[in-house]
Design a binder for this molecule. Structure first.
Ligand code: ZN
Length: 339
């Protein structure tokens, strides 16, 4: 089902001319997920100090996927500053048990679909944490990571040697993976079906790929509006709907097996942070503070602290939303056909 744009969405054209109702404008570029027509949707601020500004989003009339308009930041702009800098986040030691739980859930999703051992590739492996967890669980696991500092951190922290490469220039033999995980990477690429087609070729026949991305039709996306936690403009280029993600996978020759929306990683926090964003009029203040990408400020900090008791209630709301296919992020499970 195509998801309609939010009723409260800011129409870019309408906000420029509030007294008239302009005809919907069709932008020449097509939806990167399904090829449908894109129309202006809303403008979105970012509070990442390293990439300041306001960004226009376009939305596909067919599948509900949205796109960040304008040029993408360079690799250095996107990865070396602000929240993506590899400096250790504040409080990361305390978060270690939670991070293990996230990794175990990813491994459980693979197991639920019959993938329990073999050769696993994490494409966009960051600091190598999941590769390490997969090895501990018995997988013959490796990873790709384009950022030099991620590769170094993986070596230093986990003793994991990642291949320093992006998907487009990686050295991976065709048919060499029984499972591939692509975790919060696809929203960053310009041509998602082309990226997924590369992964399909790396998979052995019958092999599984897990694709984790934010869900633009999520309940928390509607609550957060232009300050939804997972928009992360301008780094995120494609904001997938479930329908768009399916279409992109099918266009890449993959067979969609399942979609999961109840996810510990990202979802409860994204719900809580999106509510705080609406209350405070800031975008993901705590997140950027923890990542050393926002200054200490009294008002957003006070609102953040006052909102801490909401965490259990909002986690429960997010759980229900996820079970109904409206979780903040989603995981698509797809298979390379056997023939
Ligand atoms: Zn589309």
């Amino acid at each position: 089902m195509p998801a309609p744009p939010d009723a409260g969405a800011t129409d870019v054209a309408a906000s420029a001319q509030p007294t008239t109702t302009p005809a919907p404008q069709v932008v020449s570029a097509a939806c990167p997920a399904c090829g449908g027509p894109l129309r202006p949707w809303r403008t979105v601020p970012t509070s990442d100090a390293s990439l300041p500004g306001t960004f226009a989003l376009l939305r596909c009339a067919d599948c509900g996927t949205a796109v960040t308009d304008g040029a993408a930041p360079t690799f250095e702009e996107a990865h070396d500053g602000g929240s993506y800098a590899t400096r250790r986040p504040r409080g990361s030691g305390l978060a270690a048990p939670l991070l293990h739980a996230f990794d175990r859930q990813r491994l459980r999703i693979l197991a639920r679909h019959g993938a329990r051992s073999g050769r696993l590739l994490d494409a966009g492996a960051g600091r190598g944490r999941f590769v390490s967890a997969a090895r501990d669980a018995g997988w013959n696991a490796g990873g790709l990571e384009p950022a030099a500092r991620g590769v170094e951190a993986a070596r230093d922290v986990y003793g994991v040697e990642l291949q320093r490469a992006g998907i487009e220039d990686a050295d991976v033999a065709a048919g060499s993976a029984d499972a591939i995980t692509l975790w919060h990477v696809l929203e960053h690429v310009d041509e998602p079906p082309a990226t997924l087609a590369v992964l399909r070729d790396w998979l052995a026949p019958g092999g599984l790929v897990l694709v984790g991305v934010p869900n633009v039709t999520a309940l928390q996306a509607r609550i957060g509006g232009d300050r939804w936690f997972h928009l992360d403009v301008p780094r995120h280029r494609t904001h997938f709907s479930p329908a768009g993600l399916r279409r992109a996978a099918e266009a890449a020759g993959l067979e969609v097996v399942a979609m999961h929306g109840v996810l510990l990683e990202h979802n409860p926090f994204g719900m809580w942070q999106s509510v705080v964003n609406r209350l405070s009029g800031t975008t993901s203040y705590l997140y950027y503070l923890l990542k050393h990408a926002a200054p200490l400020q009294a008002r957003p900090l006070a609102i953040t602290l006052l909102a801490l008791p909401l965490i259990p209630v909002l986690a429960a709301v997010e759980f229900v939303a996820g079970a109904l296919g409206r979780g903040g992020t989603m995981v698509l499970v797809a298979r390379r056909p056997r023939s």
